[in-house]
Design a protein around this ligand. Sequence first.
Ligand code: CUA
Length: 316
Amino acid sequence: MIEMFHFLPASASGAAARFDLLMLALMLLTGAVALAVTLLIVWFSFHYRKGSGADRSDAPAGNRIIEVAWIVTPLLLFMGMYVWAAYDYAQLYRGPANAMPVFVVAKQWMWKLEHANGHREIDELHVPLGQPMRLVMTSQDVIHSFYVPAFRIKQDVVPGRYTTLWFTPTRTGEFHLFCAEYCGTEHSVMGGRIVVMPPADFTRWLQQGTSQPGIAAHGFELFRRHGCSGCHSAGSSVHAPDLNGLLGRTVHLQDGRTLVADENYIRDSMLLPKKDVVAGFEPIMPSFAGQLSEEEIMAIIEYLRQTGAEHASASK
Ligand code: CUA
């Protein structure tokens, strides 16, 4: 009904439906409060206007029950709204495990996107209907922001680290992609489209024109070419941490900290190896800053993720 009046852009993702409902509830609740207050003001102004015959004798000094009611009722209603909104917001950052990854590198002034099988796109993202998608994003220069109004999602894309975003498209069609962070002269034209296709069409589309290897295979090639495998392999004479199944594993660091290895941790380990030294190892790894492009760093991380999956299935 909301869309009928074009108050909002099309609602094309799971999050869009949830946030529209939340927005509607918030409008109705605040609207009801505003209406009640306004009606009371008008009624009292009229009823007790100067010269009216209203009974002013024996005016009550207070009413505990009414006061408690008007404090507690709105408190519960609005705290309920807060819990509802906070839950939806938290959902935005906890994607399902089966989400399909897409790697996004922003630059002045374009979006470069790559699917796990190596299929690349520029300023366009094709996705299958109903499939949760997970975007892993970084920028090669300044801060950009990935914004799809029809999906009600927006996330800053920041140089030097990864941010993630996930969504489930619920409607086929084409939807606008914007950059929502001022990033220079051509910021306003930095955009594109998201194309949501039926799953079978998407599978066909994904297979088209991919002569290059998948991202993980490319990562493996880089892993050898840059000499990572020389130290990080079982038979190596250099004492370096084993990287099998690293993503998601808990890592104990030399300075006593503990963290769960994610994409940002692996990225920092390549570019700033002295930052998080693993307990029991010497900080001898050289930095690869400046030697790897953003796409190459993502490829190596994908290779490590794949070895993790193989490792997990082998040890079952
Ligand atoms: Cu990129 Cu604005």
